[in-house]
Design a protein around this ligand. Structure first.
Ligand code: TGC
Ligand code: FAD
Length: 393
């Protein structure tokens, strides 16, 4: 039998050669933090359905990960590509950890950074960058997920105040947040509100019994006559494009991040197949195994090249929302396919928490759904190539 030294799937693609030394250094720091703080504990967090998110946020903030691609207000101001590569390492540990960072930096902080007043930015962003304050982003409602334009949460004027009523659903970090960015219909247009979670009438019961993203807090937001001063509205967001502009940022992180989960599955499956003897031969030495591993290597590497291409477009200020959809659709769909295929290589061991694969498979089910389902992204791409919107039949 001829054997040669094995190389990692992404080494084969030389993806490290596509990023700068600075971006690699950030990536390595994230990987080290995950190895140190998350990997040894995440299976237990997942099993118990509880995660020390507030402590983790401070650790993530200490290495400059929260709102890292934003400029000013205590944020690190890195490239978008560096942010993407950081998401790969976060999600290689667990999608829930990447979600914590995505929601904090790309949704809650970005909304305030992009659409907020100077007063709102000064009040929240520096504390959110260190992880001292946690944010959440309330767009989805029980009856309006893919179609947020239909939202029923309402903000009405009462003198100079605003009063908010409604319910948001599936909100990451909701129960642990200090501040909620809440989107609501007004007489005029959809507007965003910066809601301190201590405001009377605000509550955020946790959603229990998830089989996915178990190392992540997911909550309902209940707004029952929440009275806010005039200064709580985001002054620079009017209409659905306000929240959708934030989704572009989070989707960008996810199109990188999902590949981290896939990479972790593939590396685990390759290592397992080297050690596992089947009919007296390593599983890795069988052609059927190698066909699977080769196809997954190609899918992972191609996804990473697409992500890095989109990263370069974003860094050049040329990335369009429909291009983000290309990445989110392809890379999440391929990642879950890789994760499921890796599971087959581990046989029965693949269904346990002893290995990370089943956890990633289950997590990726949520990743496939949130931030625009695959079908939503297919329709965005369909609209881009035909000029016809098919969302409403
Ligand atoms: P439509 O009429 O197409 O657009 C309304 C206005 O918005 C503009 N627009 C965008 N602007 C910025 N970025 C985008 N991606 C934009 N897409 C559209 C558009 O130009 C228009 O502007 P204007 O000036 O004419 O008013 O809106 P629609 O009602 O037909 O809906 C379009 C659709 C279906 C694509 C959109 O509603 C959508 O993306 N739905 C999916 C909802 C979604 O992804 N929700 C995610 C919630 S957050 C979350 O899941 C967090 S998960 C945790 C984690 O991230 O880790
Ligand atoms: P629906 O919109 O009811 O979709 C059901 C099915 O219909 C899907 O297959 C969908 O693709 C399909 N469909 C929808 N529209 C069309 C169409 N036009 N044509 C054909 N098929 C269509 N939201 C937030 O606002 N903030 C958060 O922090 C957040 N975190 C989340 C965390 C987790 C773990 C999860 C699971 C979700 C989270 N969400 C969050 C909500 C998420 O964004 C929504 O679940 C998602 O947008 C889909 O909405 P839905 O679940 O209501 O599904």
């Amino acid at each position: 039998m001829v054997t040669t030294a094995a190389q990692g799937p992404l080494e084969l693609y030389d993806v490290d050669g596509n990023i700068t030394e600075d971006d690699r250094a950030i990536r390595d720091a994230v990987r080290a933090l995950m190895d140190d703080v998350v990997r040894p504990n995440v299976a237990a967090w997942y099993e118990s359905g509880s995660v020390p998110a507030r402590e983790l946020a401070k650790e993530l903030g200490a290495i400059g990960l929260l709102g890292m691609h934003l400029q000013g207000y205590g944020c690190a101001g890195t490239t978008a590509t560096a942010y993407g590569m950081a998401c790969v390492e976060l999600e290689a540990a667990d999608s829930g950890i990447r979600s914590l960072v995505s929601v904090q930096g790309s949704l809650a902080m970005f909304a305030i950074w992009k659409h907020g007043s100077e007063e709102q930015k000064d009040e929240w962003l520096p504390r959110m960058a260190t992880g001292e304050a946690i944010g959440c982003f309330g767009l989805t409602e029980p009856d309006f997920g893919s179609n947020p334009a239909g939202m029923r949460t309402r903000a009405r004027r009462d003198g100079s105040d605003w009063v908010l009523d409604g319910t948001k659903m599936w909100i990451t970090n909701g129960s642990i947040a200090d501040v909620a960015v809440v989107w609501a219909q007004t007489d005029d247009a959809i507007r965003g509100f910066v809601v301190p979670t201590t405001t009377p009438g605000f509550s955020a019961p946790a959603i229990e019994s998830k089989m996915s993203l178990r190392a992540s807090v997911t909550s309902e937001l209940v707004l029952d006559g929440v009275r806010l001063p005039a200064s709580a509205v985001l002054p620079h967001a009017r209409g659905l494009k306000g929240p959708l502009s934030c989704l572009n940022e989070a989707r960008f992180g996810i199109l990188f991040g999902a590949l981290g989960a896939a990479r972790d599955c593939l590396e685990t499956a390759i290592a397992y197949s080297q050690d596992r003897l089947i009919f007296d031969k390593p599983l890795a030495a069988y052609q059927t195994t190698q066909l699977k591993l080769a196809d997954m290597t190609v899918a992972l590497g191609n996804g990473m090249l697409l992500a890095q291409h989109l990263g370069r477009l974003k860094d050049a200020g040329r990335l369009r929302p429909e291009q983000v959809s290309l990445g989110k659709l392809n890379n999440v769909r391929e990642s879950i396919a890789i994760a499921r295929q890796c599971r087959t290589l581990l046989g029965a061991n693949g269904v346990t928490l002893e290995y990370p694969i089943m956890r990633h498979v289950n997590n990726l089910e949520s990743v496939l759904t949130y931030e625009g389902t695959s079908e939503v992204h297919q329709l965005i791409i369909g609209q881009a190539v035909t000029g016809h919107s098919a969302f409403r039949g």
